[in-house]
Design a protein around this ligand. Sequence first.
Ligand code: ITT
Length: 188
Amino acid sequence: KEILIATHNQHKKEEIQQILGDQFKVTSLTDYHIHDEIVEDGLTFHDNALIKAKYCFEHTGKASLGDDSGLVVEALDGRPGIYSARYAGNHDFAKNMAKVLEELKGNENRKAYFITVMCLVDETGVNYFEGRVYGNLTKEIRGEKGFGYDPIFIPDHYDITFAEMKAEEKNKISHRKKAIEQFLDFIR
Ligand code: ITT
């Protein structure tokens, strides 16, 4: 069974493939030779997930899944939130993480969560799935695995960051895993 992910982000595609396992063939925009930058000008994760999935469905006719994700930091009034990919520099994660840590400097409230909102668009309509994982932010960057803000996020009940965990371990508890579980419940 094929599922087309409306993303240019290879890390997302790989995580979704790992979570779904071999029964699904996960493809992305690159496999359909779509290289356009989709303008994500929505004001919510839901809006942006829909924009991506709709674009993809309209261009391919295939059931398309948009994944809009981000880091929501309590002491920063929810930032970077929907601006996670371009908080300091466009997809420059060293800069983006440095900005978050700088803004939190001296603040003992390190609470944050990752969220993934997925939107499925197919011939039957539009459906949303959501997952969150709560935790705390570190004071420095730790670990090399994963992507994005993983090196500064420690999920609750752990003492290592997502970037210090094996991929399988992150994929067991992550925001993306929880959203995919909802998606699977829906399509079954
Ligand atoms: P697409 O829009 O093409 O799917 P993107 O990277 O722009 O890819 P988003 O718009 O959803 O994705 O931006 C979310 C950013 O939040 C993303 O670039 C990551 O840096 C970060 N992010 C998302 N999921 C993450 C995860 O599991 N761990 C760490 N950071 C994550």
